[in-house]
Design a protein around this ligand. Structure first.
Ligand SMILES: *[C@@H]1O[C@H](CO)[C@@H](O)[C@H](O)[C@H]1NC(C)=O
Ligand SMILES: *[C@@H]1O[C@H](CO)[C@@H](O)[C@H](O)[C@H]1NC(C)=O
Ligand SMILES: *[C@@H]1O[C@H](CO)[C@@H](O)[C@H](O)[C@H]1NC(C)=O
Ligand SMILES: *[C@@H]1O[C@H](CO)[C@@H](O)[C@H](O)[C@H]1NC(C)=O
Ligand SMILES: *[C@@H]1O[C@H](CO)[C@@H](O)[C@H](O)[C@H]1NC(C)=O
Ligand SMILES: *[C@@H]1O[C@H](CO)[C@@H](O)[C@H](O)[C@H]1NC(C)=O
Length: 286
């Protein structure tokens, strides 16, 4: 049975605001969970996980990407806003544990948040999506790799390929990756995804990558790393099968690599490609 949040947590927690959830799982990494529940939520709602950038918090990301909760009000889906437990507010996208399914790190805590929400709300398991920005985009990659069965579609803005930020420490900064100086084969990139959940042979989520071609923080080579990673995992050729200029807006080129992988390369855009919330909803099918 689906219990409304007000029943679970007390009547003072009205809907349509960020509600902290303190009982979502073992939460070994100590990440925090906030939930946004629109008014008049239908049965079997969809879930979008919105993952913040470095220095972000759940509330800051809620404020900086208002399109997400406004669209949640219109389209009636739940939004989970995880919050990083790490100094500096970056996600752990660099430890061995976070790069593994159920490894007890941040990626694991976010998966627990999703499982908790699916159960408590009897949400639709076929409609669980992620959008992440920067450090949150990197986390989105890792979640797509380690929990392909949990997510239907993943969008990341200005992130990196799963494993690219590996430093063997929690929430480290891999400058070789950031600067686009990793020389590796497509198979090496793919291995990070395959090793995150060994033996997985089910459906993988649809992925959409956004990257700016003048990103000085996470240089544009990272777009190519991600393309190499996922085209290999998905068994696509490394080149786009179709390409549309000025889509979804002037200067952005949309490249389709196969049914599950789309890239949007934005000319003249730096780090943190502006969020295209309406486009995101189309990609999610919401
Ligand atoms: C997350 O985990 C930490 C430590 O494991 C715990 O103290 C905390 O209450 C948990 N937070 C939430 C929001 O569940
Ligand atoms: C769950 O989502 C799938 C995929 O969008 C849809 O076909 C199905 O009707 C949904 N189920 C419910 C019970 O809403
Ligand atoms: C974005 O995320 C996907 C998977 O979610 C990941 O494989 C990819 O490397 C990331 N890439 C970019 C450029 O954001
Ligand atoms: C960054 O990642 C690359 C590739 O995994 C690795 O060779 C390098 O040692 C990493 N850098 C740091 C600082 O850990
Ligand atoms: C897919 O994985 C499942 C679970 O590990 C296994 O039972 C099944 O045999 C695998 N199927 C194929 C085609 O490898
Ligand atoms: C990415 O790949 C494309 C197509 O192969 C190539 O033209 C481009 O120079 C590469 N970009 C970077 C930054 O390496």
């Amino acid at each position: 049975m689906r219990l409304p949040l007000t029943t679970l947590l007390g009547a003072s927690l009205a809907t349509a605001q960020l509600t902290p959830i303190t009982t979502f799982g073992t939460n070994k990494s100590g990440a925090r969970m906030f939930l946004y529940e629109p008014k008049n939520l239908p049965a079997n709602p969809a879930i979008v996980v919105g993952i913040h950038y470095c220095t972000g918090t759940a509330q800051k990301y809620y404020n900086s990407n208002p399109g997400l909760h406004q669209l949640a009000d219109q389209k009636k889906f739940l939004v989970i806003y995880p919050e990083s437990p790490n100094d500096g507010g970056c996600w752990d996208v660099s430890s061995r544990a976070t790069l593994k399914r159920d490894g007890g790190a941040d990626s694991n805590s976010i998966a627990e948040m999703v499982r908790w929400t699916l159960e408590k709300y009897e949400a639709n398991k076929s409609r669980v999506f992620i959008v992440g920005e920067s450090s949150g985009g990197m986390m989105a990659s890792i979640l797509a790799a380690a929990y392909p069965d949990l997510f239907s579609a993943v969008i990341n803005y200005s992130g990196v390929a799963a494993g690219c930020f590996f430093t063997d420490s929690v929430a480290g900064w891999n400058s070789t990756c950031a600067q686009g100086k990793i020389e590796a084969t497509p198979e090496w990139w793919a291995k990070w995804v395959l090793d995150a959940y060994p033996g997985y042979n089910g459906t993988r989520p649809r992925i959409q990558l956004y990257h700016g071609d003048v990103d000085a923080t996470i240089t544009p080579a990272n777009y190519n790393y991600s393309v190499a990673q996922w085209t290999t995992v998905l068994g696509y050729g490394g080149k786009p099968t179709s390409e549309k200029a000025d889509t979804p807006e002037k200067g952005y080129t949309t490249q389709v690599f196969g049914a599950l992988l789309t890239g949007v390369y934005a000319k003249g855009v730096g780090h943190g490609v502006p969020v295209h919330a309406e486009e995101d909803m189309k990609f999610f099918g919401l």
